[in-house]
Design a protein around this ligand. Structure first.
Ligand code: ARG
Length: 588
């Protein structure tokens, strides 16, 4: 059990004892214990006294005093706290007994899950992330979605959820008619059985020309429209061209996923195509559709456009074609009704928030799910800006390719490593540069609160100080080298029942921080904010350096106990890095 939940439990018992029978009316959720905002306030705080004045009919201060004396009277009080203080109008601050912290840390050291208990029921989470569009380059927005989504998937898996990571690739829609019509003349091999030797950049260029022809040439436009119909009806040559286009694009995305070690199951928009007709039928039967300018729409309350007029959700265009929204509504229904997902998560840029809010509202209105049973979250994120504050261009031709971006980070990491270790052997340098460069890209993104815009700066992300991947990696490398230097066999030390003594204030606060790993992960998942984890690991690395600075490890009379503290830190750092999708380095 986490310290927060234990203290919450004890506080609730104290409250019941101090204020029986009135206290039985209190909702246990109001008794919230959180880590102290500043170390000078102790370790944890309870702020419910202010909220309870009405129910209990006493002043916050009186309430706090009664809770505190009831807490002191509990049999476990002495072993759990050293002191409990009332501050300000009625805040209750707890300081934990160092022996109590040490005991928990000892059990964490022997637990492969590091004190993180898995959720009681392994609920199925379907997380939709990355999701680039066929025949287009993957852009920085997709990179953000990929990195954030992968991190959330890793944490959820570690917490015991059954995770299905889906890549909702944009592989269907009228734009393919245009591209296929163009390629049929410009690159006739596109319809043959063997795949033509072109790559994604050729497709991107082809797409640009196709768009131009579509806008300028009515004859071509007609062809393009016929191609859409041919594709829908499964005409072999069109179908084959489409498959080749997908395969070529997929190959480019896979290079990026391989580099970043991302696991995703592709289930693109085309997968839901067979469900679109039945979806419309069902909504019609439920009398939820109306016609507006020939399009089939669903009226939703609470959504208006800039002019303040109602904004309907268009689900079938007047020409009978479907759109992004129809596919997403069908996908949502499929994920709940067929996949039996209990929690759906969508990671995209904040620009799509309105779209998802409308989809979720429509799904509720159509009774596709019971909000009591299924949780659905859009996880939006801000823009990616260049170091000069400008937006990365996305749609125009001269976008920087993602793969080049990643390669630049690797090259720059290599330079850094050469500066620090001029004699690093070439082979080691290659691997280390790749690890450091990609770690830096991932970490910088995750460490920025996803709701803010994110400034992409190689220089900042590759720094060795501050809240960066290198700083974290360095703390870890440092611990491993301390352990090597002492020649103490750590696995053996762990079996020896060596006591872990937390005496020095910095030892105590490092020990406490280590025990908070599981609370941090819980928060991370509750708020779906990976930066909760990076912030924590950064604080941990900083605290560790401070400890190492203030407390001698090697040759100290407390060497063994301190080595255990080092080991506990290394374990949490390592697991934390795995959850962020980072890879360790042996030296740097
Ligand atoms: N392909 C979309 C884009 O590039 C993202 C898809 C996100 N997922 C979804 N279910 N709509 O913007």
């Amino acid at each position: 059990m986490t310290f927060s939940s234990l203290l919450k439990q004890l506080s609730h018992i104290a409250l019941l004892q101090a204020f029986a029978p009135k206290a039985s009316l209190i909702d246990p959720a109001t008794v919230e214990v959180t880590p102290a905002t500043q170390e000078k306030f102790g370790d944890y705080q309870l702020n419910c006294a202010m909220k309870l004045t009405k129910v209990l009919g006493e002043s916050p201060r009186q309430i706090a005093e009664k809770i505190v004396s009831a807490l002191h009277a509990l049999p476990e009080a002495a072993s759990v706290f050293t002191h409990i203080e009332i501050a300000g109008p009625g805040f209750i601050n707890f300081s934990l007994n160092p022996n109590f912290i040490a005991k928990k840390l000892m059990s964490q050291l022997h637990d492969p899950r590091l004190g993180v208990s898995p959720i009681s029921k392994p609920l199925k989470v379907i997380i939709d992330f990355s999701s680039p569009n066929i025949a287009k380059e993957m852009h920085v927005g997709h990179l953000r979605s990929t990195i954030i989504g992968d991190c959330l998937a890793r944490i959820l898996t570690f917490m015991g959820y059954k995770v299905l990571p889906l890549n909702h690739i944009g592989d269907w829609g009228t734009q393919f008619g245009m591209l296929i019509a163009h390629l049929k003349t410009a690159l006739p091999e596109i319809t043959e059985t063997t795949i033509p030797a072109i790559d994604l950049s050729d497709l991107v260029a082809g797409y640009r020309t196709a768009k131009q022809r579509f806008d300028e040439d009515p004859e071509f436009k007609k062809h393009a429209q016929q191609e859409v119909v041919a594709l829908q009806n499964g005409v072999e040559s069109s179908r084959r061209a489409w498959e080749h286009i997908c395969t070529i694009s997929r190959k480019a995305y896979q290079t990026i996923y391989d580099l970043l070690e991302i696991n995703l199951i592709e289930r693109g928009e085309s997968f839901y195509n067979p469900f679109l007709g039945p979806l419309i039928q069902e909504l019609e039967q439920k009398k939820l559709l109306s016609i507006s300018d020939g399009a089939k729409c669903m009226d939703l309350e609470g959504f208006t456009n800039r002019e303040g007029e109602n904004l309907p959700l268009i689900l079938q265009k007047s020409d009978g074609g479907y759109n992004y929204a129809s596919t997403d509504l069908a996908a949502l229904r499929h994920r709940i009704q067929e996949e039996k997902g209990s929690w759906l998560i969508y990671v995209t840029d904040a620009g799509q928030s309105l779209h998802f809010q409308m989809i979720f509202t429509a799904a509720k209105k159509a009774s596709f799910y019971d909000p009591q049973q299924v949780r659905i979250n859009h996880v939006p994120f801000g823009l990616v800006l260049r170091a000069d504050g400008k937006k990365f261009k996305t749609r125009s031709g001269d976008t920087e390719r993602l793969i080049d971006l990643l390669q630049t980070a690797i090259d720059k990491a290599k330079q850094k490593l050469i500066e620090r270790n001029p004699d690093m052997p070439a082979m080691e340098l290659e691997t280390a540069a790749r690890t450091l460069g990609l770690n830096a890209i991932k970490y910088a993104d995750l460490a920025c609160n996803r709701l803010s815009d994110y400034v992409f700066s190689y220089e900042k992300m590759l720094k060795f100080e501050g809240n960066t991947a290198a700083f974290l990696l360095y703390a870890y490398v440092r611990i491993r080298s301390i352990q090597r230097k002492t020649h103490v066999n750590i696995p053996q030390l762990l079996t020896e029942q060596t006591p872990l003594l937390l005496e020095d204030p910095i030892e105590i606060s490092l020990g406490l921080l280590l025990c908070q790993f599981s609370e941090v992960l819980e928060n991370c998942i509750q708020e779906l904010l990976p930066n909760r984890l990076t912030d924590y690991l950064y604080r941990l690395a900083e605290k560790f350096h401070l400890f190492f600075h203030q407390c001698r490890v090697e040759g100290s009379p407390k060497e063994k106990s301190r080595l255990l503290l080092c080991e506990a830190t290394a374990q949490v750092l390592q697991q934390g890095m795995i959850l962020l999708g980072l890879k360790p380095l042996d030296r740097m």
